[in-house]
Design a binder for this molecule. Structure first.
Ligand code: EPZ
Length: 429
């Protein structure tokens, strides 16, 4: 097992090009299964999640070649329609393949994705949207067996919650359905827009992406195309916070500041100078951060739940007390006990955390509870006095490409080490 060792207290400064978006490229890679031919996807980050997605595409019969950050997927002869249990367990967001497999094969067999570290992650909205389109969904003994008795028929799909993944599955299953599908209360995240941009380039007829109502006019065939994935807005926020918590000065390139419209003002409230020029965001931090009064996670365009843990690390060392409310996932505070081990002063009650900023944090041995919680512990280690060891970093490797190399390039003292498998560490899968 590997861990990060961080010697804190160094100023993070310099410039960095931000990776492509994990949460955009995963559904787009799934969408290439719908397209018969060779799709070329640029700006695809090398992550364990993208590696898992490529494994699934190969398992479905696609040939996949990676050339740096470009991935070429040829699905011409693909005939698969099952995702085996081990691959589903490797990455629960593989559920986004459901719509693409059904869209192409008119059947699918996947194991139920189950929950994960941040919550139960039910898929009732995904299955509701499939049934609305005429799919028979049988759930038995952990498997979802789906088939289309007649044909995929466009329909109205009204979500009780703007689920990102369910919106993606509804789009993927309806792009080649007969007739028109109207998705009401659709998720508005930039990753939805990027998926629809890709599909429209392939000949789909989707309108309203990024709004609460998306209309999909079914088409017969999708043609392969070339597409460059948007920048990762959560990774951008993470590196900005690395600068913020160390009194640093970071410039991030290849970003889309519009995607951070709910994040940048909070960094300014914390006393940072944030300037935007084209695709570059520059942050200059004060020696001591001001408190952020309230951080309340919401569906986009509200404050993103994925940035909650990194911002909690920032709140730990700000002057004063701030309140954090996590409205999206039911157990997304698991990084807090680990931050407290480093000297943070945080009280939680249900989905509310009250963070009383302290002068400094202290290095400690901590365990990454999930992807963004792990990133928060790295950020805390960057500002802490002394050495921090972050264990269970397989979670972090799911979403942060070349994390050590990139942080080192902007001044961090961080290295990846191997440590014996320690059964005292919570090895949540
Ligand atoms: C996507 O997850 C992202 N993952 C998550 O990022 C992100 O936190 C989330 O959207 C919200 O923005 C990917 O894109 C791969 P949801 P997803 O469906 O699609 C409930 C990260 O750190 N819900 O919008 O699973 C669900 O339980 C990850 O990069 C249902 O009740 O999110 C949750 O409370 C973590 N029934 C809420 O909706 C359903 O059928 C939001 O889930 C589906 C979801």
């Amino acid at each position: 097992m590997s861990a990060f060792v961080i010697n804190g207290g160094r100023r993070i400064s310099g410039s960095l090009r931000v990776q492509g978006s994990k949460n955009s490229v995963l559904p787009i890679l799934a969408a290439t299964f719908l397209v018969c031919g060779k799709s070329i996807i640029h700006n695809c980050p090398t992550l364990s999640d993208t590696n898992s997605t490529i494994k699934i595409l190969k398992n479905l019969g696609c040939s996949v070649i990676r050339e740096g950050s470009t991935v070429i997927i040829d699905s011409s002869t693909a005939q698969g329609y099952e995702i085996p249990d081990d691959l589903m367990r490797e990455m629960r967001s593989s559920v986004v393949f459901l719509g693409a497999i059904i869209g192409r094969m008119k059947k699918a067999v996947i194991s139920s994705p189950g929950g994960c570290e941040i919550g139960l992650r039910p898929i009732d909205l995904h299955l509701y949207s499939m049934r609305q389109l005429g799919v028979n969904v049988n759930e038995d003994y952990g498997k979802l067996v789906c088939n289309v008795p007649e044909k995929l028929e466009g329909n109205r799909i009204t979500f009780s919650f703007p689920s990102v993944g369910a919106t993606e599955n509804a789009i993927l299953a309806s792009v080649t359905a007969k007739g028109t599908t109207v998705i009401v209360n659709a998720a508005r995240e930039p990753e939805i827009i990027d998926l629809c941009d890709f599909l429209n380039k392939c000949g789909a007829k989707i309108s309203g992406a990024g709004e609460t109502v998306i209309t999909v006019e079914g088409v017969e065939v999708l043609r392969p195309c070339e597409h460059s994935v948007i920048c990762d807005r959560i990774v951008t926020a993470t590196y900005l916070i690395a600068g913020a918590v160390t009194g640093g000065d970071v410039s991030l390139e290849n970003t889309n500041p519009v995607h951070l419209q709910a994040v940048l003002p909070l960094l300014e409230e914390a006393g940072c100078k944030v300037s935007v020029r084209c695709k570059t965001i520059r942050l200059k931090a004060p020696l001591r951060l001001n408190r952020i009064d309230k951080i309340i996670t919401q569906p986009y365009p509200g404050f993103p739940t994925d940035a909650q843990a990194p911002f909690t690390a920032l709140a730990c060392v700000a002057k004063g007390t701030g309140v954090i409310v996590e409205n999206i996932f039911e157990s997304r505070f698991k990084h807090i006990p680990e931050l407290i081990r480093m000297g943070a002063s945080i009280k939680t009650e249900g989905r509310v955390a009250v963070v009383e900023g302290v002068e400094r944090l202290y290095g400690a041995e901590v365990v990454s509870p999930d992807l963004r919680g792990g990133a928060a512990l790295v950020l805390a280690g960057l500002t802490a006095t002394g050495t921090t060891v972050v264990k269970n970093i397989k979670f972090i490797d799911r979403g942060y490409e070349d994390f050590v190399e990139k942080l080192t390039a902007i001044g961090a003292d961080i290295e990846r080490i191997n440590i014996p498998d320690d059964d005292s560490v919570n090895n949540v899968g």
